[in-house]
Ligand binder design. Sequence first.
Ligand code: FNR
Length: 423
Amino acid sequence: MDDPSEAYGPNRQREVYASGMLADQRPEMPVSPDELEEAAMEALSEEARAYVAGSAGGEDTADRNREAFRHWRIVPRMLRDVADRDLSVTVCGQEFSVPVLLAPIGVQSIIHKEGELASARAADSLGVPFVSSSAASATMEEVADQLDDAPGWFQLYPSADPDVTESFVRRAEEAGYEAIVITLDTPTMGWRERDVANAYLPFLDGEGVANYLSDPAFRDSLDAPPEEDEQAALWRFIEQFGDLSMDWETVERVQATTDLPVLLKGILHPEDAREAVRRGVDGVVVSNHGGRQVDGAISAVEALPGVVKAVEGTLSAAEAQSAADAQSASDAGDTTNGESDDEFAVLFDSGIRRGADAIKALALGADAVLLGRPYVYGLAIDGEEGVREVVRNFLADFDLTMALSGRDAASELDSSVLVRPDE
Ligand code: FNR
């Protein structure tokens, strides 16, 4: 599809209802997120099912991610002419036709044989930005090759081996990715009861390691190439996958390696958001990794308002400071103006299932949302076509819910859309 607006609400509804009423065809893809998950579970092996649907501990945070959206309620406005709608948003200076990116999800080869390549193709056909995972089953170059019409970003897991981290960033830049998203919440994997019970870690099966096995710096660290001793390479992967000693210097090193925008994924605490702004990072993704890391953690949507407030406060303090600096510079005859970076992006994921969730996240101050599990459930059911169906339904729902709430632009959704009645 060339024009992603073809996915928008009324067109999608007409298409579906016409196939049903004229050709007696119902959509093959389940429409409700819960039925979608159920159908995906049937398509997956026992281990993959646990790996994809499972979260940390008792999965309390994963449940809360979804449940917490219900506390905020949309208050629709009437008679506001919403015939022409604009779903586009600008994130880190890049224009996206929709306010939705596909989240970095690794190891997609355990979900479907075409894995990330199928998901990236689906994203591309819809013009929906795709975030390619460090832990993908195809190399970042192969994934980038699928992306002609959609923006691609690269998600980085900083490695315990700084040479590997640097090499990944350089490769990502070379492959044409347009931003680096550093995931901070996974310096090691959370305690995922389902995977522990299954004694299952896909990486040790050789899944999700394509970026590493193909990486010159990673290969240099091996005694023998992976083609000769795969087991040793996989254990080396486990040793250097995460870095529990990661700190702000890790971020600084990435910033020094690349000119691409750098975003931090996994921010939940306002103080971390403030520090990100102060350190000249380009954006944050408010996320708890779908509840897969810290069970009992705050839901992502409950963390969002605090992060947004912290970002806005820190940006305006910086602006006031730079205006004061500019004033004293101009008093001193220096005419360079102290422009501040007002493009700091706040993205959001964890619990986005329906259009209304995305509307609430945008209204609470996110610039865009990342869709996670639902799209890989589509992948499990029907490969590339399955991803496309899920994303098209999601965009249709978003568009209709926005229109029926009396709003015509995704970029203009703000807190006036919502109330929180039980507060
Ligand atoms: C993830 N997520 C993730 N995040 C990341 O930064 N790099 C990665 O490789 C992965 N891999 C991954 C695998 C699987 C199976 C899942 C379910 C998730 C987290 C992902 O980007 C996103 O934060 C969550 O999926 C959001 O939660 P929901 O909305 O999908 O529940």
